[in-house]
Design a binder for this molecule. Structure first.
Ligand SMILES: [Zn+2]
Length: 75
């Protein structure tokens, strides 16, 4: 399996949106982190599928925690 690359987008309430880049066409798929369960399959417009595994979600949550603590330091 190709490594999944993803980013987090935070709104002003610090709600995180997962931004997953399709490994086939580069199109971005967006999904709320809170409503993403382990092994959720994201389907791109091009038909390519990416799976958010537990590993990815834990990495996303760790990243979110560090972003939040950075916000608190800044505030
Ligand atoms: Zn695609």
């Amino acid at each position: 399996m190709k490594p999944l690359s993803f980013d987090l987008d935070l709104d002003k309430h610090l709600n995180a949106t997962l931004v997953v880049a399709c490994t086939a066409c580069g199109h971005e798929m967006r999904r709320h982190l809170k409503s993403t369960a382990p092994d959720t399959v994201l389907r791109c417009d091009c038909g390519h599928e990416a799976t958010m595994t537990t590993h990815h979600l834990l990495a996303a949550q760790r990243r979110l925690a560090s972003i939040k603590s950075a916000y608190q330091v800044a505030a």
